[in-house]
Design a binder for this molecule. Structure first.
Ligand code: PLP
Length: 379
Protein backbone atom coordinates (compact mmCIF):
# COMPACT_ATOMS: atom_id res chain seq x y z
CA UNK A 1 0.00 0.00 0.00
CA UNK A 2 1.18 3.49 -0.83
CA UNK A 3 2.16 5.52 2.19
CA UNK A 4 0.78 9.05 2.22
CA UNK A 5 3.53 11.48 3.09
CA UNK A 6 2.81 14.78 4.76
CA UNK A 7 4.17 17.67 2.68
CA UNK A 8 7.28 19.25 4.22
CA UNK A 9 6.86 21.86 6.89
CA UNK A 10 6.73 25.55 6.00
CA UNK A 11 8.00 27.71 8.85
CA UNK A 12 6.84 31.17 9.88
CA UNK A 13 10.14 33.01 9.44
CA UNK A 14 13.16 30.70 9.23
CA UNK A 15 16.81 31.80 8.90
CA UNK A 16 17.92 32.45 5.33
CA UNK A 17 21.63 32.01 4.69
CA UNK A 18 22.30 33.48 1.28
CA UNK A 19 25.83 32.19 0.61
CA UNK A 20 28.23 34.97 1.64
CA UNK A 21 28.10 34.27 5.37
CA UNK A 22 30.68 31.44 5.28
CA UNK A 23 33.30 33.71 3.72
CA UNK A 24 33.24 36.04 6.74
CA UNK A 25 33.11 33.14 9.21
CA UNK A 26 36.21 31.70 7.51
CA UNK A 27 37.97 35.04 7.96
CA UNK A 28 37.15 34.95 11.68
CA UNK A 29 38.44 31.36 11.99
CA UNK A 30 41.63 32.14 10.09
CA UNK A 31 42.34 35.07 12.41
CA UNK A 32 41.35 32.88 15.42
CA UNK A 33 39.06 35.68 16.60
CA UNK A 34 36.58 33.34 18.31
CA UNK A 35 35.74 35.97 20.91
CA UNK A 36 33.30 38.72 21.81
CA UNK A 37 35.68 41.20 20.22
CA UNK A 38 37.36 41.45 16.84
CA UNK A 39 37.33 42.90 13.34
CA UNK A 40 34.08 41.22 12.22
CA UNK A 41 32.24 43.18 14.92
CA UNK A 42 33.73 46.50 13.81
CA UNK A 43 32.96 45.57 10.20
CA UNK A 44 29.36 44.62 10.97
CA UNK A 45 28.84 47.87 12.90
CA UNK A 46 30.14 49.90 9.94
CA UNK A 47 27.89 47.98 7.54
CA UNK A 48 24.81 48.80 9.63
CA UNK A 49 25.86 52.44 10.03
CA UNK A 50 26.27 52.80 6.26
CA UNK A 51 22.93 51.12 5.69
CA UNK A 52 21.01 53.35 8.13
CA UNK A 53 22.91 56.57 7.31
CA UNK A 54 26.44 57.68 8.09
CA UNK A 55 25.64 59.82 11.13
CA UNK A 56 24.36 57.13 13.54
CA UNK A 57 26.78 55.09 15.66
CA UNK A 58 26.03 51.40 16.10
CA UNK A 59 27.09 49.10 18.95
CA UNK A 60 26.46 45.40 18.32
CA UNK A 61 25.26 43.30 21.26
CA UNK A 62 24.25 39.73 21.98
CA UNK A 63 20.50 40.43 21.65
CA UNK A 64 17.84 43.02 21.02
CA UNK A 65 16.72 42.57 24.61
CA UNK A 66 20.20 43.59 25.86
CA UNK A 67 19.99 46.63 23.58
CA UNK A 68 16.68 47.72 25.14
CA UNK A 69 18.13 47.21 28.60
CA UNK A 70 21.20 49.35 27.89
CA UNK A 71 19.04 52.02 26.22
CA UNK A 72 16.99 52.30 29.42
CA UNK A 73 20.19 52.59 31.49
CA UNK A 74 21.66 55.20 29.17
CA UNK A 75 18.58 57.44 29.28
CA UNK A 76 18.80 57.21 33.07
CA UNK A 77 15.85 54.95 33.98
CA UNK A 78 16.19 53.96 37.65
CA UNK A 79 14.31 51.99 40.27
CA UNK A 80 10.72 53.20 40.68
CA UNK A 81 10.70 55.30 37.49
CA UNK A 82 7.73 54.90 35.17
CA UNK A 83 8.40 53.89 31.56
CA UNK A 84 5.76 54.07 28.85
CA UNK A 85 5.65 50.98 26.65
CA UNK A 86 3.54 49.89 23.70
CA UNK A 87 1.29 47.05 24.89
CA UNK A 88 0.90 45.42 21.49
CA UNK A 89 4.33 43.79 21.23
CA UNK A 90 6.52 40.86 22.21
CA UNK A 91 7.30 40.63 25.93
CA UNK A 92 11.02 41.29 25.27
CA UNK A 93 10.15 44.96 24.65
CA UNK A 94 9.08 45.37 28.28
CA UNK A 95 11.13 42.87 30.32
CA UNK A 96 14.15 45.20 30.54
CA UNK A 97 11.94 47.80 32.29
CA UNK A 98 11.63 45.26 35.11
CA UNK A 99 15.40 44.51 35.00
CA UNK A 100 15.80 48.18 36.00
CA UNK A 101 13.16 47.78 38.77
CA UNK A 102 11.15 50.43 36.94
CA UNK A 103 7.39 50.42 36.31
CA UNK A 104 5.91 49.80 32.85
CA UNK A 105 2.86 51.85 31.84
CA UNK A 106 1.21 50.09 28.91
CA UNK A 107 -0.38 52.04 26.07
CA UNK A 108 -2.69 50.59 23.45
CA UNK A 109 -2.40 50.91 19.66
CA UNK A 110 -4.22 52.56 16.77
CA UNK A 111 -5.61 50.67 13.78
CA UNK A 112 -3.62 52.41 10.98
CA UNK A 113 -0.29 50.79 12.00
CA UNK A 114 -1.12 48.53 15.01
CA UNK A 115 1.39 50.65 16.93
CA UNK A 116 1.39 53.17 19.81
CA UNK A 117 -1.68 55.42 19.77
CA UNK A 118 -0.48 59.06 19.86
CA UNK A 119 -3.75 60.11 21.48
CA UNK A 120 -3.51 57.64 24.35
CA UNK A 121 0.20 58.34 24.73
CA UNK A 122 -0.48 62.03 25.28
CA UNK A 123 -3.30 61.32 27.70
CA UNK A 124 -1.12 58.95 29.72
CA UNK A 125 1.81 61.37 29.93
CA UNK A 126 -0.51 64.17 31.08
CA UNK A 127 -2.18 62.02 33.72
CA UNK A 128 1.06 60.56 35.08
CA UNK A 129 2.68 64.00 35.13
CA UNK A 130 -0.27 65.46 37.07
CA UNK A 131 0.36 63.00 39.91
CA UNK A 132 4.07 63.81 39.89
CA UNK A 133 5.15 60.74 37.91
CA UNK A 134 6.38 62.09 34.63
CA UNK A 135 7.52 59.07 32.58
CA UNK A 136 11.29 58.60 32.33
CA UNK A 137 11.18 57.08 28.82
CA UNK A 138 8.86 55.99 26.01
CA UNK A 139 9.34 52.70 24.16
CA UNK A 140 7.57 52.63 20.78
CA UNK A 141 7.63 49.58 18.48
CA UNK A 142 7.50 49.15 14.69
CA UNK A 143 5.46 45.95 14.96
CA UNK A 144 5.81 43.32 12.23
CA UNK A 145 7.93 45.90 10.39
CA UNK A 146 5.24 48.59 10.05
CA UNK A 147 6.61 51.95 11.26
CA UNK A 148 4.79 53.66 14.13
CA UNK A 149 3.52 57.21 13.51
CA UNK A 150 7.00 58.67 13.82
CA UNK A 151 6.21 62.40 13.46
CA UNK A 152 3.35 62.32 15.97
CA UNK A 153 5.19 60.18 18.54
CA UNK A 154 8.45 62.14 18.22
CA UNK A 155 6.61 65.43 18.65
CA UNK A 156 4.97 64.23 21.88
CA UNK A 157 8.32 62.95 23.20
CA UNK A 158 9.97 66.29 22.36
CA UNK A 159 7.12 68.44 23.72
CA UNK A 160 7.22 66.64 27.06
CA UNK A 161 11.02 66.24 26.96
CA UNK A 162 10.91 62.46 27.43
CA UNK A 163 13.57 60.25 25.77
CA UNK A 164 12.24 58.02 22.99
CA UNK A 165 13.50 54.44 22.62
CA UNK A 166 12.66 53.00 19.21
CA UNK A 167 12.16 49.23 19.26
CA UNK A 168 12.98 48.42 15.64
CA UNK A 169 13.73 44.76 16.40
CA UNK A 170 11.35 43.70 13.61
CA UNK A 171 11.87 46.67 11.31
CA UNK A 172 15.36 46.63 9.80
CA UNK A 173 14.79 47.81 6.22
CA UNK A 174 11.51 49.62 6.94
CA UNK A 175 11.23 53.34 6.16
CA UNK A 176 9.24 56.35 7.22
CA UNK A 177 9.11 59.31 4.82
CA UNK A 178 12.18 57.97 3.03
CA UNK A 179 14.30 57.54 6.18
CA UNK A 180 15.28 54.16 7.59
CA UNK A 181 13.67 52.87 10.78
CA UNK A 182 16.34 52.57 13.46
CA UNK A 183 17.24 56.26 13.17
CA UNK A 184 14.27 57.90 14.92
CA UNK A 185 14.80 57.36 18.64
CA UNK A 186 17.25 58.84 21.12
CA UNK A 187 18.29 55.19 21.07
CA UNK A 188 17.09 52.57 18.59
CA UNK A 189 17.11 48.81 18.85
CA UNK A 190 17.60 46.14 16.19
CA UNK A 191 17.44 42.36 16.66
CA UNK A 192 19.25 39.62 14.74
CA UNK A 193 17.52 36.70 16.42
CA UNK A 194 16.89 33.55 14.38
CA UNK A 195 13.46 34.61 13.10
CA UNK A 196 14.21 38.26 12.23
CA UNK A 197 14.75 39.66 8.71
CA UNK A 198 18.49 39.09 9.02
CA UNK A 199 19.96 36.84 11.67
CA UNK A 200 23.27 36.19 13.39
CA UNK A 201 21.64 33.23 15.24
CA UNK A 202 21.38 35.51 18.27
CA UNK A 203 22.34 39.16 18.31
CA UNK A 204 21.21 42.74 18.39
CA UNK A 205 22.35 46.31 18.06
CA UNK A 206 21.88 49.58 19.86
CA UNK A 207 21.84 52.51 17.45
CA UNK A 208 23.26 55.60 19.18
CA UNK A 209 23.33 59.30 18.23
CA UNK A 210 26.95 59.94 19.24
CA UNK A 211 30.32 58.25 19.39
CA UNK A 212 30.29 58.92 23.12
CA UNK A 213 27.01 57.03 23.62
CA UNK A 214 28.30 54.16 21.51
CA UNK A 215 31.51 53.90 23.56
CA UNK A 216 29.49 53.97 26.78
CA UNK A 217 27.25 51.18 25.42
CA UNK A 218 30.25 49.00 24.58
CA UNK A 219 31.80 49.67 27.97
CA UNK A 220 28.62 48.65 29.85
CA UNK A 221 28.31 45.59 27.57
CA UNK A 222 31.82 44.44 28.46
CA UNK A 223 31.53 44.33 32.27
CA UNK A 224 31.91 48.12 32.62
CA UNK A 225 35.61 47.73 32.02
CA UNK A 226 37.49 50.99 32.33
CA UNK A 227 39.71 49.94 29.46
CA UNK A 228 43.13 49.95 31.10
CA UNK A 229 43.27 46.24 31.99
CA UNK A 230 43.51 46.99 35.69
CA UNK A 231 40.22 45.28 36.54
CA UNK A 232 38.97 48.56 37.91
CA UNK A 233 35.15 48.83 37.95
CA UNK A 234 33.17 51.89 38.97
CA UNK A 235 29.70 50.68 38.03
CA UNK A 236 27.71 47.50 37.36
CA UNK A 237 28.59 45.94 34.02
CA UNK A 238 27.00 43.35 31.74
CA UNK A 239 28.24 40.63 29.43
CA UNK A 240 26.21 41.83 26.44
CA UNK A 241 28.70 42.14 23.57
CA UNK A 242 28.12 40.20 20.33
CA UNK A 243 30.57 37.45 19.35
CA UNK A 244 32.96 37.91 16.45
CA UNK A 245 31.51 34.77 14.79
CA UNK A 246 27.92 36.03 15.04
CA UNK A 247 29.05 39.38 13.61
CA UNK A 248 30.68 37.52 10.70
CA UNK A 249 27.31 35.94 9.85
CA UNK A 250 25.76 39.40 10.11
CA UNK A 251 28.19 40.87 7.57
CA UNK A 252 27.20 38.16 5.10
CA UNK A 253 23.51 38.76 5.80
CA UNK A 254 23.81 42.53 5.27
CA UNK A 255 24.77 41.84 1.64
CA UNK A 256 21.30 40.33 1.10
CA UNK A 257 19.19 42.68 3.23
CA UNK A 258 17.72 44.69 0.32
CA UNK A 259 16.82 41.47 -1.46
CA UNK A 260 15.21 40.08 1.71
CA UNK A 261 13.09 43.22 2.14
CA UNK A 262 11.95 42.98 -1.48
CA UNK A 263 11.07 39.31 -1.08
CA UNK A 264 9.11 39.80 2.14
CA UNK A 265 7.24 42.70 0.57
CA UNK A 266 6.37 40.55 -2.42
CA UNK A 267 5.15 37.79 -0.07
CA UNK A 268 2.64 40.32 1.25
CA UNK A 269 1.54 41.30 -2.27
CA UNK A 270 1.15 37.64 -3.28
CA UNK A 271 -0.99 36.86 -0.25
CA UNK A 272 -3.12 39.92 -0.91
CA UNK A 273 -3.56 39.02 -4.56
CA UNK A 274 -4.15 35.31 -3.90
CA UNK A 275 -6.71 35.91 -1.15
CA UNK A 276 -8.50 38.96 -2.56
CA UNK A 277 -11.72 37.02 -3.27
CA UNK A 278 -12.07 36.25 0.46
CA UNK A 279 -13.78 39.38 1.73
CA UNK A 280 -13.56 38.28 5.38
CA UNK A 281 -9.76 38.62 5.41
CA UNK A 282 -8.27 42.08 6.05
CA UNK A 283 -4.68 43.20 5.41
CA UNK A 284 -2.76 46.11 6.92
CA UNK A 285 -2.06 48.69 4.20
CA UNK A 286 0.83 51.15 4.33
CA UNK A 287 -0.26 54.69 5.14
CA UNK A 288 1.18 57.38 2.82
CA UNK A 289 4.93 57.74 3.48
CA UNK A 290 5.23 54.43 5.37
CA UNK A 291 7.27 51.52 4.00
CA UNK A 292 7.12 48.22 5.91
CA UNK A 293 9.74 45.51 5.44
CA UNK A 294 6.73 43.16 5.88
CA UNK A 295 8.76 41.07 8.29
CA UNK A 296 5.57 39.12 8.87
CA UNK A 297 2.43 39.26 6.75
CA UNK A 298 -0.53 39.44 9.12
CA UNK A 299 -4.20 39.00 8.36
CA UNK A 300 -7.28 39.83 10.41
CA UNK A 301 -10.10 37.29 10.31
CA UNK A 302 -13.70 37.88 11.29
CA UNK A 303 -13.58 36.19 14.72
CA UNK A 304 -11.36 34.40 17.19
CA UNK A 305 -13.19 31.14 16.51
CA UNK A 306 -12.46 31.33 12.79
CA UNK A 307 -8.87 32.42 13.37
CA UNK A 308 -8.26 29.40 15.60
CA UNK A 309 -9.93 27.04 13.14
CA UNK A 310 -7.85 28.45 10.25
CA UNK A 311 -4.67 28.15 12.29
CA UNK A 312 -5.45 24.51 13.05
CA UNK A 313 -6.37 23.82 9.41
CA UNK A 314 -2.98 25.16 8.30
CA UNK A 315 -0.94 23.46 11.01
CA UNK A 316 -2.60 20.09 10.23
CA UNK A 317 -1.14 20.57 6.76
CA UNK A 318 2.31 21.32 8.15
CA UNK A 319 2.20 25.08 7.75
CA UNK A 320 3.35 27.10 10.73
CA UNK A 321 1.19 30.10 11.66
CA UNK A 322 0.95 32.12 14.85
CA UNK A 323 -1.64 34.35 16.44
CA UNK A 324 -0.63 37.99 16.64
CA UNK A 325 1.14 39.02 19.88
CA UNK A 326 -0.88 38.82 23.05
CA UNK A 327 -0.89 42.37 24.45
CA UNK A 328 1.35 42.86 27.44
CA UNK A 329 -1.35 44.36 29.66
CA UNK A 330 -3.09 40.95 29.52
CA UNK A 331 0.00 38.97 30.54
CA UNK A 332 0.07 37.60 34.09
CA UNK A 333 3.65 38.83 34.55
CA UNK A 334 2.58 42.44 33.86
CA UNK A 335 -0.96 42.42 35.26
CA UNK A 336 -0.25 44.73 38.21
CA UNK A 337 0.91 47.65 36.09
CA UNK A 338 -1.18 50.58 34.84
CA UNK A 339 -2.51 50.39 31.29
CA UNK A 340 -4.28 52.82 28.95
CA UNK A 341 -6.49 50.64 26.77
CA UNK A 342 -8.83 51.25 23.82
CA UNK A 343 -9.49 47.65 22.69
CA UNK A 344 -7.29 47.75 19.57
CA UNK A 345 -4.55 45.33 20.60
CA UNK A 346 -7.03 42.91 22.23
CA UNK A 347 -9.01 42.70 19.02
CA UNK A 348 -5.87 42.15 16.93
CA UNK A 349 -4.67 39.39 19.20
CA UNK A 350 -8.08 37.66 19.11
CA UNK A 351 -8.60 37.75 15.35
CA UNK A 352 -5.14 38.24 13.86
CA UNK A 353 -2.91 35.61 12.30
CA UNK A 354 0.74 35.75 11.16
CA UNK A 355 1.38 33.85 7.93
CA UNK A 356 4.66 32.25 6.79
CA UNK A 357 6.76 35.18 5.60
CA UNK A 358 10.33 33.98 5.11
CA UNK A 359 12.54 35.45 2.41
CA UNK A 360 13.25 31.86 1.35
CA UNK A 361 9.58 31.03 0.75
CA UNK A 362 9.34 29.83 -2.85
CA UNK A 363 6.51 30.13 -5.34
CA UNK A 364 5.31 26.55 -4.78
CA UNK A 365 5.20 27.13 -0.98
CA UNK A 366 3.23 30.31 -1.51
CA UNK A 367 0.75 28.58 -3.84
CA UNK A 368 0.36 25.74 -1.34
CA UNK A 369 -0.48 28.13 1.53
CA UNK A 370 -2.89 30.26 -0.52
CA UNK A 371 -4.67 27.18 -1.85
CA UNK A 372 -5.20 25.84 1.67
CA UNK A 373 -6.58 29.14 2.98
CA UNK A 374 -8.96 29.34 0.02
CA UNK A 375 -10.02 25.76 0.65
CA UNK A 376 -10.74 26.65 4.28
CA UNK A 377 -12.99 29.55 3.32
CA UNK A 378 -14.88 27.69 0.61
CA UNK A 379 -15.55 24.72 2.89
C1 PLP B 1 12.68 39.99 18.79
C2 PLP B 1 12.18 41.18 19.48
C3 PLP B 1 12.86 41.75 20.57
C4 PLP B 1 14.02 41.11 21.24
O1 PLP B 1 15.11 40.84 20.44
P1 PLP B 1 16.05 39.58 20.82
O2 PLP B 1 17.21 39.77 19.90
O3 PLP B 1 15.26 38.36 20.55
O4 PLP B 1 16.44 39.73 22.25
C5 PLP B 1 12.38 42.94 21.09
N1 PLP B 1 11.29 43.52 20.61
C6 PLP B 1 10.58 43.01 19.58
C7 PLP B 1 9.39 43.74 19.07
C8 PLP B 1 11.00 41.80 19.00
O5 PLP B 1 10.27 41.28 18.00
Amino acid sequence: MKKVQKPYKIYLSPPHMAGEERRFIDEAFKANYIAPSGPQITGFEKDIQNYLNDRVKVACLNSGTSAIHLALKLVGVKKGDEVICQSNTFAATAFPILYQSAIPIFIDSETDTYNLSPRLLKKAIKERSEVGKKPAAIIAVHLYGMPFKVDEIKKIALDFKIPLIEDGAEALGSEYKGKKCGTFGDFSVISFNGNKIITTSAGGALVCRSEHAKNKTIQLATQANTGNNEYHHEEVGYNYRISNIAAAIGRGQMLSLDKFVQKRRSNFQNYKEGLKSIKEIKFLEEPEGFLSNRWLTTIITESQRIRNALMKFLSDKNIECRPMWKPLHLQPVFEDYPAYINGCSEQLSENGLCLPSGSNLNEADMDRIIKIIREFYSA
